[in-house]
Structure formats: C-alpha cells, structure tokens
Design a protein around this ligand. Structure first.
Ligand code: SAH
Length: 286
C-alpha cells in the first residue's frame, strides 16, 4: 500500500478497519471545506465510491493505488440506482476493503446517506458517519449570505425542490413553510423554480421578497444571482448559471450587500453597510 502524502495534525486519528464503510461529506466544492475526519479517511481508504458533486481535486488526495468508483450522474446518463450503489458498498466491505463513501455536502442532507447507511447496517456492515458542510449553509456563506440573522429569522428551513420521482414536490405545504420560516433554502430547486415561486407567492410572500441563487458555490465558477420572487424567472432565463444551484428566499439575502467578502477580497467596497436598516453598528447594540 502506498502512503498518502496528506498530513494531519498530530492526534489519535481513527483507523478505517477492513470491512468498514465510512460515509463522508466532501463539503460543497472547495476542498478546504472537507473535515479532518474526511481527510483522514481519504488517506487510508482502499476504495472510494464518490458522487458527481465531489470536486476532482479532492480525489487526487487519495492514495495512488486507491480504487475510485464513480457512482453518480454524468453526461446525461441515468444515475446509478440507489440500491446498486448501496449493494456495491456492501460487496466492497464484504471483500474486507476499507471503504470510503464520499458524497457532496453533508451525507445526511438530501443525499440519501441515511438509506445507504441503513442498507449497510442491515447487511451487518459497520459504518462511521463523517458529516460535511452542506451547500445550503456553506455555499450561502461563500456568497456572503448568513442563513440566520437575528433581525430576519428565528428559523431556517431546508427544502428539496423535487421529490423521489423528480417531480415538483407536491407534499410541501407552502403556507406552513412560509409562515414558519423567514428564510427558505431550497436544494434541487432550479428545474421547478416556477412552481416553487408560485407556491411561495400563493402563500403570501411578497413579489419584492429577496431571492439569491448561488450556483457552483465555493468553486472557482461560483455565480450569484440576486433577484426577487417577482423577477426570479426572467432573471434566471437571462443568466448563465450551471448546476448545481441553491435558492435562498428571505431578507437575509440583503446581507450580501455588506457581506460579499469575495468582492471585498477583489478590492470592491461594500455596496451598503447597513442593508437591513439596523441603524447603529452591531457592536453598539445589545
Ligand atoms: N448532500 C448535499 C446535497 C445533495 S442534493 C449537501 O449537503 O450539500 C444536490 C443539491 O445540492 C443540488 O441540486 C444543489 O441544490 C445543492 N448543491 C450541492 N452542491 C452545491 C454547490 N456547490 N453549489 C450550489 N448548490 C449545491
């Protein structure tokens, strides 16, 4: 076995035992957003079963002789069936391999990680779960959007834009979601953006409600569209944004006017130091 060149801070890092599967989150894209447990797994794994949303640079960190198995959708081909992926993991574990299952973002957030782990445990395979930074939190942070802000929301809701069949989620109660949550973070929402918008407007959200769409968040190709519920469909049609994308609905989107740290890094000035109209600087308030 070749040694990985990756180093970790000194410590008692756990070993992947032969026959175990570690189900790890890779974060939203930027390799720097991997956790140390995930890096530790990459150093050891005999085989890595990875998804489409895992950045290629991350896989380069694996051992030279590690086997890499792609288990996602690519080039319009249908995605591998979930049960096939789970059974591949079972087989690899039964062969005594040290298996890393690497998924984009967090493995338990809209990623079917729960199903995979369940199948493994049903087959008597030992698993360890390594959480990751989910796109709906980390991706928005890279756009300068805090998912909570005390002047905006006491709750944030993560929503998936389509159900198991790929159709717009019919079971969503937009009235309830709208009432309960100042900020909605919608995964897999681009295909069904029209019905999501209609649902929110029908539930009483305003046409001028701020919306941000962040595509390829945390990667060098990150793009951010700032728009409103009223204008979003036209704006999406007029903007080139590749998948994947997160939609954020709510006034916390306005905070980007001051918190777009990537623009500040490029030397731009904040567009508005007080986009929520709080008045006094935060440090002077209770
Ligand atoms: N487990 C993942 C989500 C998987 S579902 C997580 O926790 O992030 C796939 C959806 O996640 C995509 O359709 C998109 O809505 C979102 N997503 C994942 N990575 C993203 C990225 N880098 N930028 C924007 N959206 C992303």
């Amino acid at each position: 076995m070749t040694e990985s060149t990756l180093t970790l801070p000194t410590g008692n890092w756990p070993e992947i035992k032969p026959g175990w599967v570690w189900l790890c989150g890779a974060g939203p894209g930027d390799p720097g957003l991997m956790t140390m447990h995930a890096v530790n797994a990459l150093r050891q794994a005999d085989v890595i079963v990875y998804d489409a949303l895992v950045a290629p640079e991350i896989l380069e960190w694996a051992r030279d002789d590690a086997e890499k198995i792609y288990a996602g959708k690519r080039g319009g081909k249908p995605s591998a069936k979930q049960i096939d992926i789970s059974l591949t993991l079972v087989e690899l574990a039964q062969q005594g391999k040290r298996v890393m299952r690497l998924k984009g973002g967090d493995p338990f957030v809209f990623g079917r990680g729960g199903e995979e782990a369940q199948t493994l445990i049903q087959h008597g395979i030992n698993v360890r779960i390594v959480p990751g930074i989910s796109a709906g939190i980390g991706g928005l942070a890279y756009a300068g959007i805090p998912v909570t802000h005390r002047d905006v929301n006491q709750a944030v809701t993560f929503v998936t834009g389509h159900d198991q069949t790929g159709e717009a989620t019919k079971t969503l109660d937009w009235d309830a979601l709208s009432r309960a949550s100042g900020v909605l973070v919608i995964y897999m929402g681009m295909k069904h953006a029209p019905s999501i918008r209609a649902g929110l407007l029908g539930a009483g959200r305003e046409m001028d409600e701020p919306v941000a769409i962040v595509s390829q968040a945390t990667t060098p190709n990150q793009k951010v569209l700032e728009t409103t519920l009223g204008a979003m469909l036209d704006d999406i049609a007029n903007t080139e944004m590749g998948p994947p994308a997160i939609i954020c609905v709510g006034r916390s989107v306005l905070m980007r006017q001051v918190l777009d740290w990537q623009a500040l890094e490029r030397g731009e000035k904040p567009r508005n130091l007080d986009p929520l109209g709080r008045g006094k600087p935060a440090e002077l308030r209770d």
